[in-house]
Ligand binder design. Structure first.
Ligand SMILES: [Zn+2]
Ligand SMILES: [Zn+2]
Length: 330
């Protein structure tokens, strides 16, 4: 038996439990440790039974509670190496920087900006918004670790080093690995993070996939999402709502870009043109609270599938930001 329990999904925090009868992993930890524990209790998932945490990318809505949770449970965290490094950089407290280091960094940033401006002016490379947009995504909810969360001191390092984790395991996108009896296939997604990925999980004859935080659907993602029984798929924003919505222009541009997020329309296009129809459940996730409405996301997906009568058995569910979804069992 395989089970997917979406604890939270949306621009303010993402986390999902994937289980076989023997193994249980948490994908992303984008809420505080306390909130994640609360939601697991509500959904009937025992945190003590988790074997590992897998991280898709280092944006705050995917890692907010990671350090505290991993230390509390004493379980390994799986990242790609660039994602781990980016996370460590994020977690390194700024106040520990010496004045000389700070001056050095300011100088470097100045040079980088000058270089980027020069390159852009010559048209040598397209302007990217990597660091800027990552900052935008994380700025709203900086480090929301619970300071009073009881933590086991491990090798005396936890308090001194917020990036300390009990065990770190590296994986590479495109290369399959196993956690217990769950086979994991990570695949690269186009998103403005260090080395972002989605996952396909298979165990006991069933396959589940997570594909959120992607600017568009490239061929490798379409290929990865074949023969999936439960598919958690991004349906981030309604184009009209985003255009008329409250975000500043630069952030709108970022969301709409090829390394931003999938719109309801883009998701519908995938479902209409590329999706193989194999899933018993399609879970629409990572909905923006400001720029989407659950009814709009559902309607777009339902319309996309309605032209294909053979897909009437596909059930569409909507993952929520504020509460866990009923576990989906196969
Ligand atoms: Zn992201
Ligand atoms: Zn995200």
């Amino acid at each position: 038996m395989m089970r997917m329990t979406v604890l939270a999904s949306g621009s303010k925090g993402n986390s999902t439990v994937i289980s076989s009868s023997r193994t249980r992993v948490l994908v992303d930890a984008g809420l505080s440790c306390r909130e994640l524990m609360k939601r697991m209790a509500v959904a009937g998932e025992d945190p003590a039974a988790l074997d590992a945490i897998l991280i898709t990318h280092e944006h705050q809505d995917h890692v907010a509670g990671l350090g505290v949770l991993a230390r509390k449970l004493g379980i390994p965290v799986y990242f790609t190496e660039p994602t781990h490094r980016a996370w460590v950089r994020m977690m390194t407290p700024r106040q520990t920087m010496s004045y000389a280091q700070w001056l050095d960094r300011v100088q470097k940033e100045k040079e980088e900006r000058a270089q980027a401006a020069a390159l852009e002016a010559t048209g040598a490379v397209p302007a990217t918004c990597d660091s800027m947009s990552a900052a935008v995504e994380s700025a709203s909810s900086r480090d929301i670790e619970d300071p009073d969360e009881p933590e086991v001191e491990q090798k005396g390092r936890t308090k001194a080093d917020p990036a300390f984790l009990p065990t770190v395991e590296y994986f590479h996108s495109g290369r399959q690995f196993s956690v217990g009896d769950i086979e994991v296939t990570p695949f690269t997604i186009p998103h403005d993070a260090a080395d972002p990925c989605g996952f396909v999980f298979s165990a006991e004859g069933a396959r589940m996939a997570l594909a959120t935080d992607l600017g568009y659907m490239p061929p490798n993602v379409k290929a990865a999402l074949k023969r999936i029984d439960v598919l958690l798929l991004e349906s981030n924003h309604d184009l009209e709502m985003l255009k008329d919505g409250p975000y500043p222009w630069s952030v709108k541009q970022r969301v709409l870009s090829r390394v931003g997020h999938l719109s309801n329309l883009a998701t519908a296009e995938f479902l209409e043109q590329d999706y193989d129809g194999a899933a018993s459940f399609i879970v629409l996730g990572h909905l923006s609270e400001s720029n989407n409405a659950p009814e709009l996301a559902r309607l777009a997906a339902e319309q996309a599938l309605s032209g294909r009568p053979s897909l009437l058995g596909n059930r569409i569910l909507l993952a929520e930001q504020s509460a866990p979804l009923e576990p989906i069992c196969l």
